[in-house]
Design a protein around this ligand. Structure first.
Ligand code: 5GP
Ligand code: ZN
Length: 143
C-alpha cells in the first residue's frame, strides 16, 4: 500500500509532520505547506494511487465525501467567500506529488492570492465542432 519516497505516504505514516484537518479509516486531510490562501487543504486517500487514472471509483467517492465535509467546516468556521477545488493529474497538468490529492482553496475575495488563468476560446467553436469533440471523447454518446 505504502509507496517508498512518496511524501504523502510519509505524512500518512507520521514520518513527516502535518497539520491535520480530517481523518478517517480511508482518508486524510491536512494543510498544504504552500497555503496559497489561509486554510488551503489537501485531501488524500490513505491507499497510494498516483492519479485519477489509477484511482478506483470507491476510493474517489470516499475522497469527495471528505471534500464535502471539509468544505462545510470551512464555510462554518472560516470567513470564506467561496472555495476552489483543484486536482492536477499528470506532470503537464501541474501535478508535483504523485499521490492522488484534491486541493481545497478557501477564497476571501479579490487579491486573496489565488490566481487561475482561464482563457475562453468560445468564438472558435461552433455547435458542430463541439458535437464532434464530445463524440470523440465518448463515442457511445451519440446525439
Ligand atoms: P500538486 O502540484 O501535485 O497538485 O500539489 C502538490 C502540493 O503538495 C503542493 O501544493 C505542495 O505545496 C504540497 N506539498 C508538497 N510537499 C508537502 C509536504 O511535505 N507537506 C505538505 N503539507 N504539503 C506538501
Ligand atoms: Zn503515496
Amino acid at each position: 500500500m505504502k509507496q517508498e519516497n512518496c511524501v504523502f505516504c510519509k505524512i500518512i505514516n507520521h514520518e513527516i509532520p502535518s497539520a491535520k484537518v480530517y481523518e478517517d479509516e480511508n482518508i486524510l486531510a491536512f494543510l498544504d505547506i504552500s497555503q496559497v490562501t489561509e486554510g488551503h487543504t489537501l485531501v488524500i486517500p490513505k491507499k497510494h494511487c498516483k492519479d485519477i487514472f489509477e484511482l478506483d471509483e470507491q476510493t474517489l467517492a470516499q475522497v469527495f465525501q471528505a471534500v464535502k465535509k471539509i468544505a462545510g467546516k470551512m464555510q462554518e468556521n472560516l470567513e470564506v467567500d467561496g472555495i476552489n477545488l483543484v486536482n492536477n493529474n499528470g506532470k503537464n497538468a501541474g501535478q508535483e506529488v504523485f499521490h492522488y490529492h484534491v486541493h481545497l482553496i478557501p477564497r476571501y475575495g479579490k487579491g486573496d492570492g489565488y490566481l487561475a488563468v482561464w482563457k475562453t476560446n468560445s468564438s472558435k467553436y461552433t455547435p458542430g465542432i463541439l458535437q464532434r469533440i464530445a463524440e470523440k471523447i465518448n463515442p457511445e454518446m451519440q446525439k
